[in-house]
Ligand binder design. Structure first.
Ligand code: ADP
Ligand SMILES: N[C@@H](CCOP(=O)(O)O)C(=O)O
Length: 321
């Protein structure tokens, strides 16, 4: 589970005095998530999410994330909206951590996304990209191609039983990606972690997007590649072209891809797979036994990466089914 910072009853009640959110009735830590500590708050005014920022989230990035959420929400994207205290300030401190309270989103994430969910995702992703176009702040992607080799080496050095063949495979992949990563594609604010657990549904209808803490400025098509990886493989890691077609065609209804974006999609998908493989591998090798967080399997992304390496043309992603 992910509650790294424990908050006491009295401490939370004192914190809430700076807001107009009513009287606290109950609160509980939320088990899901890996980056931050999240609590569900129930007050007599409703439900809210309290987030305490931990680990990889840098304090200097928080104004970008909170302003982005406000910006997107103002343009009709359903996402957590930061709530301001009586003094007009949303970003505060609790338990020694930067902290903020957000609107609660209805819905549940889907454990086994179906084609209909992929289509909903494609539509929402394109809308989010369009809504972010006039966002004035900028955040460079801190986990892009230049960052992957150092992360790979750190993960390898941290392993108690280093896997030499995996190290060689990933080094080879890094050689390829460093030499072939696109330099210039349509860009803007991307979510960069839009996995099924960050997308809520009510029935088959998408009801909200959460967890923007990797959001940054990068290629729009890279965000799409991350989604192909996260949504369009079956559990045994076969690629589902029907789901990919649904995702891509729904996306293209709002923002058609350029020819170049289509052509480089296999490279972006390889990069997207490697990026999550590496953070999972690093976490796998560095998370102490007994830690209150569930490690995610890096092997899943080794298999996805192998699939993308076998792709000869982007048509294999189902553009023209
Ligand atoms: N605004 C929200 N409304 C409803 N639930 C939320 C909201 N934000 C977070 N959650 C809940 O908290 C969990 C963890 O949130 P997430 O942002 O993914 O955490 P982390 O940044 O630690 O990965 C989500 O799976 C969801 O259950
Ligand atoms: N989506 C990433 C891990 C980041 O976790 P999140 O809970 O912040 O979405 C992965 O699957 O490796």
């Amino acid at each position: 589970m992910a509650v790294y910072t424990e908050i006491g009853d009295g401490e939370l009640q004192a914190f809430l005095k700076d807001y107009e959110l009513g009287t606290l009735l109950a609160f509980k830590g939320i088990a899901e998530g890996v980056e931050n500590s999240n609590y569900l708050l129930h007050t007599d005014a409703g439900f809210y999410i309290l987030t305490l920022y931990e680990r990889r989230v840098k304090a200097e990035d928080l104004p970008f994330f909170l302003s982005l959420l406000e910006h997107l929400a103002a343009r009709g994207i359903v996402c957590p909206t930061p709530l301001k205290g009586r003094d007009g300030v949303a970003l505060r401190e609790l338990g020694g951590r930067p902290a903020a309270i957000f609107s609660f989103l209805d819905g549940m994430w889907v454990r086994r996304p179906q084609t209909v969910h992929c289509a909903e995702l494609g539509r929402a992703l394109a809308q989010m990209h369009e809504a972010g176009r006039d966002f004035p702040m900028h955040r460079a992607n801190a986990l892009t191609v230049a960052d992957w080799r150092p992360l790979h080496e750190r993960a390898y050095e941290a392993a108690s039983e280093p896997d030499e063949s995996l190290h060689a495979f990933l080094s080879d992949e890094l050689d390829f990606l460093e030499n072939n990563w696109p330099k210039d594609l349509p860009s803007g604010v991307i979510h960069a972690d839009l996995f099924p657990d960050n997308v809520f549904f009510l029935g088959d209808a998408l009801s909200g997007l959460i967890d923007f803490y990797f959001a940054c400025n990068d290629f729009f098509a890279y965000d799409l590649a991350i989604c192909l990886n996260a949504w369009c493989f079956e559990p045994e890691t076969t690629f589902n072209v029907t789901k990919a077609h649904a995702l891509l065609s729904a996306y293209e209804k709002s923002r058609p891809l350029t020819q170049e974006e289509r052509e480089v999609l296999p490279i972006l998908a390889r990069g997207g797979a490697l990026r999550f493989l590496l953070t999972r591998l690093y976490d796998w090798n560095t998370t102490p036994p007994g830690a209150f967080v569930t490690r995610k399997d890096p092997g899943e992304f080794v298999r996805k990466l192998r699939f993308h390496r076998s792709v000869r043309s982007s048509s294999e992603y189902g553009f023209d089914l």
